[in-house]
Design a protein around this ligand. Structure first.
Ligand code: ZN
Length: 683
């Protein structure tokens, strides 16, 4: 999915865990646990000063980040546990001698090929030598474009991103879409920021590029020159790329063009020729997300020399393949993308990496094996009930809003009622029968899946939208809202403690998965989602006055999060980048709380393990967010992640909630206390 940038279109609960998975502990025989464990807390911190540390301080001290991780928290523990489970499934499949073409054979042989480090080592760069030879033979800029198109047809994405997805303004049809891309650094800002950390990353990036060119056969001088050329071209592309804040405005990235109009803004590119080379035939219109980016590509086709373009393509080939080639490629790749960018000290073991790759490549084949063993219908029934409770509460809250007109309220409620609810795993599995894997080449298996995904995607053109599709694999520890389908989706992987447990009291489940459900629902009404209607069309359904009122309330959340400092005060949260997620957290926890108050436990005052029902609800929300994170990884997320750091996802919404103040006796003078007029309240 990330290959086609769909993660940018859907709204995941958190970033960086999609495609990594977890098992549902709820169905394992585990000793009865304490759902709120006092030894994980730090009662030397006042809950009104820093609730996150009060709730999690003990856990944070006991759980340093393992060398092979960049962040360690509730999510990561589950991810790790599940990866072990996936490895078990894959090992069994690889030993099963399953018949050719069965699910077991497909994932089992894929796994065997990935674990065969001897063959991988022996092959060296051979798996990409034909690609490099093809690039070496290119004679002109037309040849460059043809190669880019060919790579796209193979499921790779050099230079730009192409995908087939729903038309935001006509959500019942899919359309070909072009968006910015082509960069090796995590964001366009990395090419321009002039703080020491970013300058060092740029210097290390050029070293890394040079090392990769050496690995594919360049002498030292040539490798250095090619590294500089790639950096120069990428900087030009970055300069014409939108910032992440700009990308959050759905109207700013909606430019529907005929092929003739697109050809007119990129005269050096004949899309009538290029699209068929990408196996895209018979299309009249394209959604161009960032026209300026394509104008820059057009400009660079003459401004950048043929030799430098060829260097850029060779680099893209090497970068894509590096994780699946011999150890020298894997190490260089890890050294930059792991160590330098995120502070990761050690690579994860091969079996763990291979399991993650197969989850990403054949997630619905592996996911089928996974749910057969791990998922029970009772979980789905319980989730349906929770979603229904939250939905009814949401409706009541909309009706009570004092800042919205009745006409807009009616439309908001209609949209709420239209949410498609997906739980656990797809009703209809993706058909992988045409995919063939073998034990002979790991890289070939990965490429086979890339090609399959690409083919699968372009065959959607001209067909009705399939709303049964999923954007995450079943074992993923995450959830999402998708504005063009108006759906909320909860994979099996997130339905476990600390989010959800059959044996837990309601306070735990409402403070955990209840908050997640409310979060995803609120994405339908955050600053981006509210611009889409009940049918998933980008179409304004608000009165001007209601929109003004909404924006004034959202502005309070922007200001609140801009005020949160990170990395010892050297930087701060970007309130505008994280607005949608912060609104979703604020709405989510408020709605979950009100729904919880309707339960028997919510109406009682009976303590469990020393805590009142309300206290347990808020402690449950807090423990979802406990995590230690490396400075390097935190710095990267501040630039790239639309979610705020865990501590602020915990404390930010609660500091706006009088119910939280009451539960823990928060009073004026406490650090989280705010005067009533400054407390943000939207949904
Ligand atoms: Zn979200």
């Amino acid at each position: 999915m990330k290959k086609y940038n769909l993660m940018k279109l859907i709204k995941p609960f958190l970033l960086g865990v999609a495609g990594i998975s977890v098992t549902t502990l709820a169905f394992k025989q585990l000793p009865t646990r304490k759902f709120i464990d006092a030894s994980n807390m730090d009662t030397s911190v006042s809950p009104g000063d820093n609730f996150y540390l009060y709730a999690n301080g003990g856990w944070l001290k006991k759980n340093p980040i393992p060398a092979s991780e960049t962040r360690w928290g509730s999510f990561n523990e589950l991810i790790k546990h599940n990866n072990d489970e996936l490895q078990n499934l894959l090992q069994q499949a690889s030993k099963s001698k399953a018949a050719m073409g069965t699910d077991e054979q497909k994932v089992g042989d894929f796994y065997t090929s990935g674990m065969d480090s001897l063959s991988i080592e022996k092959a060296g760069m051979k798996p990409i030598s034909a690609d490099l030879a093809r690039i070496a033979a290119i004679k002109d800029s037309k040849g460059i474009l043809n190669e880019v198109a060919f790579e796209h047809s193979q499921g790779n994405s050099p230079l730009f991103n192409f995908f087939v997805y729903q038309d935001d303004k006509n959500s019942s049809e899919v359309i070909s879409q072009l968006s910015q891309g082509g960069l090796g650094l995590p964001d366009r800002d990395y090419y321009f920021k002039d703080d020491d950390r970013t300058k060092n990353i740029r210097a290390e990036y050029v070293k890394y590029l040079s090392a990769m060119f050496s690995l594919i056969g360049d002498d030292a001088a040539k490798a250095q020159a090619n590294a500089n050329a790639v950096m120069k071209l990428e900087t030009a592309l970055a300069s014409a790329s939108m910032t992440r804040v700009e990308l959050r405005d759905p109207n700013k990235v909606y430019h529907k063009m005929t092929i003739a109009e697109l050809n007119a803004i990129t005269p050096a590119i004949n899309w009538n020729d290029l699209l068929p080379r990408m196996m895209v035939n018979g299309v009249n219109n394209v959604l161009v997300r960032q026209p300026n980016f394509y104008k820059e590509v057009n400009k660079q086709l003459s401004a950048t020399s043929l030799a430098d373009w060829k260097a850029y393509l060779r680099w893209n080939t090497a970068k894509n393949a590096a994780p699946f080639l011999s150890s020298s490629f894997v190490s260089e790749n890890f050294n930059f993308y792991g160590k330098v960018l995120t502070g990761q000290k050690m690579m994860k073991p091969r079996k763990e990496r291979v399991a993650t790759v197969i989850d990403g490549s054949m997630g619905e084949v592996l996911g089928k094996l996974y749910v057969d063993k791990n998922f029970k219908p009772e979980a789905k029934a319980r989730m349906m009930q929770l979603i229904e409770n939250l939905s009814q509460t949401y409706e009541q809250r909309i009706k009570r809003l004092d800042w919205m007109s009745e006409t807009t309220k009616d439309k908001a409620i209609a949209k709420l009622h239209a949410f498609i609810r997906k739980i656990g795993y797809p009703d209809k599995w993706k058909d992988y029968s045409s995919v063939q894997t073998s034990r002979s080449s790991y890289y070939k298996n990965v490429q086979e899946c890339n090609r399959f995904d690409y083919n699968y995607m372009i065959h959607k053109l001209g067909k009705p939208v399939d709303k049964t599709e999923w954007g995450m694999t079943p074992p993923t520890v995450n959830a999402y809202y998708n504005p063009v389908v108006n759906e909320i989706v909860f994979p099996a992987g997130i339905l476990q403690f600390p989010f959800f447990d059959f044996e837990a009291d309601d306070a735990i489940n409402y403070g955990g998965i209840g908050g997640v459900i409310g979060h995803e629902m609120t994405h339908g009404f955050d600053d981006e989602g509210r611009q889409y209607d009940a049918q998933g069309n980008l179409k304004d359904w608000w009165t001007a006055e209601d929109a003004t009122n909404f924006n004034a309330r959202a502005k309070m959340v922007v200001d609140q999060f801009n005020g949160y400092s990170v990395l010892n005060g050297t930087t701060h949260v970007n309130g505008q980048l994280t607005l949608g997620e912060n609104l979703a957290d604020l709405g989510g926890i408020n709605i979950a709380y009100e729904a919880f108050k309707k339960t028997k436990q919510g109406q009682s005052n009976e303590k469990i393990d020393g805590f009142t029902p309300d206290q347990r609800f808020f402690l449950s929300w807090a423990q979802v967010w406990r995590a230690n994170i490396r400075d390097e990884a935190q710095a990267q997320r501040i630039v790239t992640d639309p979610h705020s750091p865990g501590m602020y996802r915990c404390n930010g919404p609660l500091s706006n909630m009088p119910e939280f103040y009451a539960a823990f006796g928060v009073k004026e003078g406490d650090k989280m206390w705010k005067p009533e007029a400054q407390r943000a309240k939207v949904w």
